[in-house]
Ligand binder design. Structure first.
Ligand code: ADP
Ligand code: ZN
Ligand code: ZN
Length: 735
């Protein structure tokens, strides 16, 4: 029996912290980790808290108060769960509280305070007068919180008003979209499809592999529409028949939502739940409870679902595993759901399947080496992959509209519009207007040490490498072909939208990029409008490259394919290849055949050529050689430290100090060969919100040992108040 309980509280102004409280005798044997408890807290009086641990010792100067009450008898998590979170905190160089904050909906604490009984939610399509009366009764008995879907036709204004007075929540269409389970009224389940011979071979192969080595990570590389999802479904079916549960992750909410619909149709609404950052607090509470009582068999969700307390996991599936969205970039914990899932796998002793049409280079490398690679290289039913043509802007750039939209692309757009079909135009805005490219031969200047594009700095009139700080003068002539037409290139989505509107004033043109995300629901609204055929030309960033399944889209144009490749990042070619392959897959998905056009100044670039022929293996074979040569992942692990301050000089100086101390330590341990420290350099985005940013890049070739070396070093650093430090383990990019 322990003397003290560790209570995690969330106090306005103080944030999330843990404190120790004395356990009164009558609570001994009853209090458990994961329970919501009531504790005294200074002037706040009694507050709710999570019990997150026990101890027998307190420093003598501290006099602990008593736990007042156990509010929620059923624990909301257990010790294994906390162990997982602890591991995450350790791996990502942050603290447990930060991870708990991200993983456990703290609203769960408050929920318990409001009512000690379960809250119930009633869902229906529209409320009739009679239903409202019933609900009112339930409410007066304090039994029920209500969610009502608004279907205008069925619900009168007066009823809605009444419902609102009763404290009901109204769900908009957009919210419905987030959780399709609420609207699905599934009466008949669909049978699983009979697998094609190719699917069946892969399915049997995976099954055999799982039987032999039940804790392996398997990669399913299947081109878009090869029928991967149907293979997952068979494996899911096997898993739940064996009495275990399935965690199924998709990279983003919209895809998780689509997937949930498909799952519910096959496996029934009862057994399926969805989890992501945008479900309502009520739903979160509901699903959390169900998961904890082991009432859910299949949990689908986005990144954060990896922290949902699903029990008895028998299979983890991560679809579109290459997607950056699995990694949280900001704020801390900067975790990668794929990495956390691997840890989860260890806790549950279960297999994991990663699926993608364009796998992450590191995943593919590992799969080959562990003989865990399965491939489906044809579309289901041999459906055609749209042909890609490459427009060499060296020949077409001058005659192009505003130097951007070439004649062949214009002709293709015009013809497509005449047929009443729809168009996607991709412009990768993350290509800042700063990379320097020869307009005659496509050559881009790269750092000789890091093989990443150098960035033009107008301020000091130099090209700069943002990994190692190497600088060069801007060349008068192209080092490759001698031409004098070197230019800083790159344009944004808004410009393209404007030009396309000028060219096609009669047509409906819309734009989707991160700017419109500031308007809530706008993204979904525009996608649906496009789906209904009310938009002729959709211009956008990578946000439009995924998931769209609109059979009327027959033309996909990429304005500047080069922009995807010329980011100062070692993953730029990989990301560019993925993006171009994915966006090409949006054309010709219905009865009309499609076509794809890439505009480029660099038609021979290997990643572009492989994207044109949609040949992943060819891309991989070239890319992996470069990764090995320059010690990039999977041959090393990258750890990035960012120091920022309002004072440019102070930020740089603190970064230099850290590098110095780190270098001394590394020298002392004689591991400088295997633990390389680069920088400090200014970040590519040098200033955010008035803070100047400097970065240190560490290439760790010592595996776990190197990682613990760095994390214990970082753990010891205390920063002066005016300087912020952020650590990103396995960063997505270094912008
Ligand atoms: P992926 O996940 O590889 O992109 P999907 O599993 O979504 O591909 O399959 C693409 C399309 O082909 C879907 O409409 C799916 O229903 C259909 N399909 C795949 N496999 C089968 C099958 N064995 N029988 C019938 N239809 C199938
Ligand atoms: Zn040139
Ligand atoms: Zn360099």
């Amino acid at each position: 029996m322990s003397k003290y309980a560790l209570a995690l509280v969330n106090i306005k102004g103080l944030g999330v912290k843990t404190y120790s409280y004395l356990i009164p005798d009558e609570m001994q044997g009853k209090i458990q980790i994961g329970q919501v408890i009531l504790v005294p807290f200074g002037r706040q009086g009694l507050v709710n808290a999570f019990c997150v641990g026990f101890s027998d010792y307190l420093p003598p100067e501290i006099r602990a108060k008593k736990v007042s009450k156990i509010l929620e008898g059923n624990p909301l998590f257990n010790i294994d769960y906390l162990k997982l979170l602890e591991w995450v905190a350790n791996y990502y160089c942050t603290d447990l509280i930060t991870v708990i904050n991200a993983a456990i909906p703290l609203k769960l604490i408050e929920k318990a305070s409001k009512t000690e009984q379960y809250l119930e939610f009633v869902h229906f399509d529209g409320a009739t007068k009679r239903q409202v009366e019933v609900l009112e009764k339930l409410q007066t008995r304090g039994k029920c919180n209500l969610i009502v879907f608004e279907k205008e036709a069925k619900t009168t204004r007066a009823t809605i008003k009444k419902l609102e007075e009763l404290g009901c929540l109204r769900l908009s269409n957009e919210e419905l979209y987030r959780n399709p389970l609420d609207v699905l009224r599934i009466t008949e389940r669909e049978e699983l499809f009979e697998l094609s011979p190719e699917q069946n071979t892969v399915y049997e192969g995976i099954k055999k592999k799982i039987a032999q080595t039940p804790t392996d990570t398997i990669l399913l590389h299947g081109v878009t529409a090869s029928g991967k999802t149907e293979v997952y479904f068979k494996l899911i079916d096997d898993c739940i028949k064996s009495g275990k549960n399935v965690l199924f992750l998709a990279p983003e909410i919209a895809l998780a939502s689509q997937l949930t619909k498909r799952l519910a149709r096959k496996f029934g609404t009862e057994d399926v739940a969805i989890w992501h950052s945008s479900i309502s607090d009520g739903e979160r509470y509901d699903v959390w409870q169900k998961l904890y009582r082991d009432e859910i068999k299949i949990l689908a969700g986005a990144r954060s679902a990896v922290f949902a307390p699903l029990k008895n996991i028998g299979l983890i599936i991560i679809d579109e595993e290459h997607e950056g969205a699995y990694k949280q970039t900001s704020p801390a914990p900067r975790y990668d759901a794929k990495v956390v899932a691997q840890k989860l796998q260890e806790f549950h002793n279960c297999p994991m399947i990663l699926g993608s049409a364009t796998p992450d280079i590191s995943s593919y490398y590992r799969a080959i080496n562990s003989k865990n690679l399965f491939e489906m290289l044809k579309r289901y039913n041999n459906a055609k992959v749209p042909p890609v043509s490459v427009i060499n802007m060296q020949n077409h750039g001058k005659a192009a509209y505003k130097n951007l939209i070439s004649k062949p692309l214009q002709t293709a757009i015009t013809e497509t519009l005449e047929k009443g079909q729809q168009i996607i135009l991709l412009i990768n805005r993350r290509g800042f207007s700063t990379y320097s490219q020869c307009q005659a031969c496509g050559h881009v200047i790269e750092c000789p040490h890091c093989a990443i594009p150098m960035i033009w700095h107008a301020k000091d009139q130099r090209l700069k490498c943002h990994y190692c700080n190497h600088t060069e003068y801007f060349p008068d002539f192209c080092p490759s072909c001698g031409s004098d037409s070197f230019k800083n290139s790159g344009v944004g989505t808004q410009k393209i939208e404007q030009y396309i509107k000028e060219l096609y004033p009669e047509n409906n043109v819309e734009r989707i990029d991160s700017d419109i995300l500031t308007r809530k629901g706008e993204h979904v609204r525009l996608l649906e409008k496009f789906q209904r055929g009310e938009i002729d030309i959709l211009v956008g960033t990578q946000m439009i490259a995924k998931g769209l399944d609109n059979p009327n889209v027959t033309l996909v144009g990429v304005i500047s394919a080069d922009a995807s490749f010329n980011l100062p990042d070692f993953r730029a070619s990989e990301r560019g290849f993925q993006l171009l392959t994915q966006v090409a897959g949006r054309a010709g998905r219905g009865e009309f055949s499609g076509s794809v056009i890439f505009q480029t100044y660099n038609p021979d670039y290997y990643a572009l050529a492989s994207a044109k022929s949609q040949n992943y293996k060819e891309f991989y074979d070239t890319e992996i050689v470069a990764r090995e040569e320059f010690d990039y992942p999977p041959f090393s692990q990258i750890i990035r430290i960012i120091l920022s301050s309002e004072n440019n000089f102070r930020a740089e100086k603190s970064a230099q100090e850290i590098v110095l101390r780190l270098a001394t330590m590394i020298e002392k341990f004689g591991v400088s060969e295997r633990l390389e420290v680069l920088g400090p350099t200014p970040c590519v985005i040098e200033r955010i919100n008035g803070l100047y940013r400097f970065q240190i890049i560490i290439k760790n070739k010592l595996g776990e040992k190197g990682h613990s070396f760095i994390s214990s070093f970082i753990g010891k650093i205390t920063m002066p108040r005016d300087i912020r430090m952020a650590v990103d383990v396995d960063p997505l990019d270094i912008l």
